[in-house]
Design a protein around this ligand. Sequence first.
Ligand code: NI
Length: 241
Amino acid sequence: MLITLPDLLKPELVCQCRQALEAADWTAGSLTAGHVAAHVKANRQLALDDPIGLQIGQRITQALNQHPVFQSAALPARILPPRFNRYEGGEHYGDHIDNAIFRVPVIERAGAASIGYRVAPPDMLRTDISTTVFFSHPDEYEGGELIIQDTYGEQRIKLPAGQAVVYPGTSLHQVTPVTRGVRYGAFFWTQSLVRDDTRRSILLQQDIAIQRLIQAGGDPTIVSQLTGVYHNLLRQWAETC
Ligand code: NI
């Protein structure tokens, strides 16, 4: 399941974040890649403890916590604090699948305490869902498309600043070379209550159908029955620890 969040961040916030990102201290992205990924990764990132990154990351997480579509589609158990990258001058990130497990760094666990993450063990996060938030407008750069292989083939994603794409962590993906301008983005992973993408998709469709029935003034008894089915499916499939 691949979805976009067209209204994740408000324009004023995007503008503030963008100014901060332009002034930030960027390091080679290959430093944070694993052995295999380092061969295909050519971009720049903010250090995990960079105060600008931590601050913008909190704003993104707040927006996600209040976003009904993200909540319904991702069913988040834990969100790894967002990270930031920058591509220019031909930089790119070749085809790869993200690591399955991330150890939550101490600095992130400390920062997370104040914004409501579960900080007790386990300090491992399973990357069920990947998200990219765009901080450059598509007109500002050439290339830099996020290409995701999904069930229905290749998806080429290049969204306006402030919008996000959410896709399964199991997907093969790449960022094509940025041949003009600069592409700023945030990326992060979510461990879902429901690790299987097909099951999350079924739950989302059920949730959407119930909401539509309510809006259409449907029979409350049927709404209640369908809501019960939703929760019984979730009870079957959810992993809460
Ligand atoms: Ni990746």
